[in-house]
Design a binder for this molecule. Structure first.
Ligand code: NAP
Ligand code: MG
Length: 399
């Protein structure tokens, strides 16, 4: 076949360890034989981040703003052990954090469903995509342990120096604990916009939940901002797309999620998203089958796998042992980005290719050929565990 052409580049961010190894193999085996890949390459592998003083991460984020679509490999977030291992000049910040701050985006996580890997909740036949607000609340809290008899107040001093006070609690014979939390209208608004934008993109309903009956000012503000953004910017577009925005109380949402068959986007406040995203990832079966996309409020998309660099497998690989590392989420990061590039450029061939590569990947697993992590969970009776490279070649054969 003639290779598929790409008119506009895609931002490609390479990464670390086992996922860097898979990255190269995916390109060689599944992409380059079919597409004249047009990418602007940024090496976010830790050695080059260190060499450039992390400038490469900033450059990659700015390029994403410029071109609108990026695909990213998993990267190491350095800790003390990594500073030693890589002889780093500094303990560089999380690349994902840096990119998210520049794009002002929200992360959406969605599972990839295949026959043979059963969700713990059998009614979940469609993916539930979860979005977590990534600013404020208890993650930026101020707290204190206070003695018996303490009178605790919140005090707001406005820009003119006027004070407003409210008593939190007059402690009696027992001391206790207090906490101050905040959020910012601009951040909540931006989060709401990202969620509505992504729901429209996926043509799926958007759910949002908080505890506004108890938290009549704080959580209620979230509810009001979502409603306002919806009414002024998205209502008509949602009606045209035949999708709904649905607000409910968080406990009601949890009950409905468990009873549902999936197929919607669930926007969560920071803490709810922290807890519920781990619950969903586990319930769907495997972190290696979870995709992640960062969406900015103005519609810039960055795709990646939700898992990390799979360090333990990489050390085996370095010793020359064969590995059986699951590349599905990384393949889907590529197909997500290629499809979005195709959609933005009106490139039908590229979009079709993305669909076919996803179908071939799923069919490979459903025909029993899979990596060790899935083989250990699969309910199929003809399971054949293969190594990292064989898995990709089996997909290519079907593609
Ligand atoms: P991890 O790389 O996600 O791996 C944790 C374990 O999960 C693995 O040891 C493996 O289990 C299993 N696993 C994850 N992905 C798999 C795959 N594709 N195929 C097969 N098994 C898979 O998390 P981590 O070990 O905590 O973190 C390693 C590095 O990744 C850290 O330096 C961290 O900073 C980075 N990280 C990056 C991102 C990102 O860039 N988005 C996200 C998270 C972590 P077994 O060992 O039992 O086989
Ligand atoms: Mg968590």
């Amino acid at each position: 076949m003639a290779k598929i052409k790409m008119t506009t580049p895609l931002v490609e961010m390479d990464g670390d360890e086992m996922t860097r190894v898979l990255w190269k193999m995916i390109k060689e085996i599944l992409l380059e034989p079919y597409i004249e890949l047009n990418t602007e390459y940024y090496d976010l592998g830790l050695p080059y981040r260190d060499e450039t003083g992390d400038q490469v991460t900033v450059d990659a984020a700015n390029a994403t703003k410029k071109y609108g679509v990026a695909v990213k490999c998993a990267t190491i977030t350095p800790n003390a052990a990594r500073v030693e291992e890589y002889k780093l000049k500094e303990m560089w910040k999380s690349p994902n954090g840096t990119i998210r701050a520049i794009l002002d985006g929200t992360v959406f996580r969605a599972p990839i469903l295949v026959k043979g890997i059963q969700p713990y909740i059998p009614t979940w036949t469609k993916p539930i995509t979860i979005a977590r607000h990534a600013y404020g609340d208890i993650y930026k809290n101020v707290e204190m342990q206070v003695p018996a008899g303490a009178k605790c107040e919140i005090v707001c001093t406005d820009a003119n120096g006027n004070e407003t006070r409210k008593v939190i609690h007059q402690f009696g014979e027992s001391g206790g604990i207090i906490q101050g939390v905040h959020n910012v209208d601009a951040s909540i608004t931006s989060f709401a916009r990202c969620c509505f934008t992504y729901a429209l993109d996926k043509k799926q309903d958007l759910w949002f939940a908080a505890k506004d009956t108890i938290s009549k000012t704080y959580d209620h503000r979230f509810k009001d901002i979502f409603q306002e953004v919806y009414d002024t910017e998205f209502k008509t577009k949602f009606e045209e797309a035949g999708i709904e925005y649905f607000y409910t109380l968080i406990d009601d949402a949890v009950a409905r999620v468990v009873r549902s068959d999936g197929g919607y986007i669930w926007a969560c406040k920071n803490y709810d998203g922290d807890v519920m995203s781990d619950m969903l990832a586990t319930a769907y079966g495997s972190l290696a089958m979870m995709t992640s996309v960062l969406v900015s409020p103005d519609g810039v998309y960055e795709y990646e796998a939700a898992h990390g660099t799979v360090q333990r497998h990489y050390y085996k690989y370095l010793k020359g042992e064969t590995t059986s590392t699951n590349s599905v989420a990384t393949i889907f990061a590529w197909t997500g980005a290629l499809r979005k590039r195709g959609e933005m450029d009106g490139n039908e061939e590229l979009m079709t290719f993305a669909d076919k590569l996803e179908e071939a990947t799923i069919r490979t697993i459903e025909e029993g050929v899979m990596t060790g992590d899935l083989a250990a969970m699969s309910t199929l009776d003809n399971v054949q565990k293969v190594d990292s490279e064989t898995f990709l070649r089996e997909i290519a054969a079907r593609l």
